[in-house]
Ligand binder design. Structure first.
Ligand code: SF4
Length: 330
């Protein structure tokens, strides 16, 4: 394997072949742990990648060995040219995936189908309608659930991402797992992570161990550890006899950086070599000046920290410059 030529490698030998592209900082929900209470300043459209720039960026990363592209946001499907972007990206030799809050899936169903997307992550932090409304500050619970059922009826691989926050929804962990009994759904519990404006505090984190012990308390011996895929961010489990599975993404208490293959491109065209990195490289301005962005990509990745963007401890997390989750896209 020619490591140098068409691979993006960091100084720890990790090959980066999975790109997450945030299409927008806009969203049709207002989840309190993602969108700061005061919202985020809406910036001029010109500061963001236009349709062609998204595709040119993607083509460049594919030429450097990227094999999977995940579309994120904000909420990617609120972008007016989301349909064109999905159609154009589907022409690239990559596995295409999307993370969405699920509200607009029915409106984009034909595009999702024809663009070859088979795996969809839907963000849903509560199975309780009232609580959903209080978390998202919107009233779209029924829509999200009916769109999840639409995907299941069409045999899509549906992952449900639930951010678990102490005092908010940890009392629903068992309900989410029970949901997998007769639904071929993959629930992923995500440990609450610190981003600008989300009032994160280590005491609000429900750890992987705490999540597992709640599940074991209810399902006992039936809890089975199942194999993780290469580069998986989650630790996977199932309940014997259940149709679906559940998993835990434990960035805070049990990080998984040694196999990290992920890069992020923000909607304003900056590369983040790690979810927690406090530095970014502006690819869009360079591209608009007609410069070659490949050396910038290589340099950014080479300088990637070994783990957690250089965070040494979440318990005594010093103030760090990062973005709000809404403008990273997870
Ligand atoms: S924290 Fe950074 S290095 Fe670790 S898995 Fe996430 S993106 Fe990769």
């Amino acid at each position: 394997m020619q490591l140098e030529e068409n691979n993006i490698v960091d100084q720890f030998g990790r090959v980066h072949d999975y790109l997450r592209i945030s299409l927008t900082e806009r969203c049709n929900l207002r989840c309190f742990y993602c969108m700061p209470e005061e919202g985020i300043a809406l910036r001029p459209k010109a500061e963001f990648m236009n349709t062609d720039e998204v595709i040119r960026m993607a083509e460049t990363f594919v030429s450097l060995g990227v094999k999977k592209i995940r579309i994120t946001g904000g909420e990617p499907l609120v972008r007016s040219d989301a349909k064109q972007i999905l159609e154009k990206l589907s022409k690239l030799p990559v596995e295409l995936a999307i993370t969405t809050n699920g509200i607009l899936i029915d409106k984009f169903f034909y595009t999702i189908k024809t663009s070859g997307i088979r795996s969809i992550n839907v963000s849903l932090d509560s199975l309780d309608k009232e609580k959903f409304n209080s978390i998202t500050r919107r009233n779209d619970f029924d829509k999200v659930i009916s769109n999840i059922n639409l995907l299941l009826d069409e045999n899509y691989h549906v992952k449900v991402n639930a951010v678990v926050i102490k005092g908010v929804n940890e009392n629903e962990i068992v309900n989410f797992v029970q949901w997998t009994s007769d639904k071929n759904i993959h629930v992923r519990f995500i440990e609450f992570m610190p981003f600008d404006g989300n009032k994160w505090d280590f005491s609000k984190v429900v750890s992987m161990d705490a999540i597992l012990s709640k599940v074991r308390e209810r399902f006992g011996e039936k809890v089975t550890r199942i194999s993780d895929r290469k580069n998986d961010t989650s630790k996977n489990y199932s309940i014997a006899g259940f149709k679906g599975t559940f998993a835990i993404i434990s960035s805070v208490t049990n990080p998984f950086c040694d196999t990290c293959n992920r890069l992020r491109l923000t909607a304003d065209g900056k590369i983040k070599n790690c979810l927690f990195s406090d530095s970014e490289t502006d690819l869009l301005s360079a591209m608009r000046r007609g410069e070659d962005i490949v050396p910038l990509i290589r340099k950014s990745v080479w300088n990637k920290k070994e783990k957690l963007g250089g965070i040494t401890s979440f318990e005594n997390l010093e103030k760090r410059k990062n973005r709000a989750m809404i403008s990273i896209g997870g």
